[in-house]
Write a new protein. Structure first.
Length: 201
């Protein structure tokens, strides 16, 4: 008789425990999985690295994380396309996109020292600053960045008398409203200014 009662209790409690487990799994699965597309074009002999930084959005015992997306140098113009998470779950932690750092790399020769870079970024905000472009009706935010070379005589003793160059990219970024970002497309086209100018401090 006692054995039957124990078995009965198990059968009664099991559906309750199962329901609790399913509810917990549902709650865990309700966060994350949203992303946006970051795409565009690069001139010949340019490459791009995008470092997406994520903050913890809940009270879990976790720390910020980074996801990296990048292209290689190509001798001809190239297109890039990255699918960047807006949020995701890492264990019990809810991770939320905080910003995307951009490193725009350019090369002007075959030697290692004939490469340089400039920085840009996608800034995540709650509200767009006045005058900042917004997503269009097609869900695309399109911008163009212009990269210019500045040349000077190399200051390195090993390369004395040789020309070195610095890279300056204007417009290499955008402001993005966090709540509007999922399933949208950010299109950033990089163009090379054909006119090179001397560098001035």
């Amino acid at each position: 008789m006692n054995h039957y009662l124990k078995a009965s209790r198990i059968h009664v409690l099991s559906p309750l425990l199962l329901g609790f487990s399913l509810s917990a799994c549902s709650a865990l699965g309700s966060f994350g999985g949203e992303s946006f597309i970051f795409e565009g074009e690069l001139p010949a002999d340019f490459s791009l690295k995008a470092q997406a930084e994520y903050d913890v959005a809940n009270e879990c015992n976790g720390s910020w994380q980074i996801k990296t997306f990048q292209t290689n140098f190509e001798g001809t113009p190239q297109q890039y396309r990255f699918k960047i998470p807006v949020n995701y779950r890492s264990g019990l932690c809810e991770m939320q996109l905080a910003k995307v750092k951009l490193t725009i790399n350019g090369r002007y020769g075959e030697k290692d020292w004939q490469q340089t870079y400039d920085n840009g970024g996608l800034v995540i905000v709650d509200k767009l600053p006045e005058g900042a472009p917004a997503f269009g009706g097609d869900g695309v935010l399109a911008k163009t960045a212009v990269c210019s070379w500045r040349f000077q005589l190399s200051k390195a003793k090993s390369r004395q008398g040789q020309i070195s160059k610095l890279l300056n990219c204007r417009g290499g970024g955008a402001y993005l409203v966090s709540a509007e970002l999922p399933s949208r497309t950010v299109r950033l086209i990089f163009q090379a200014n054909p006119e090179e100018k001397p560098y001035r401090d």
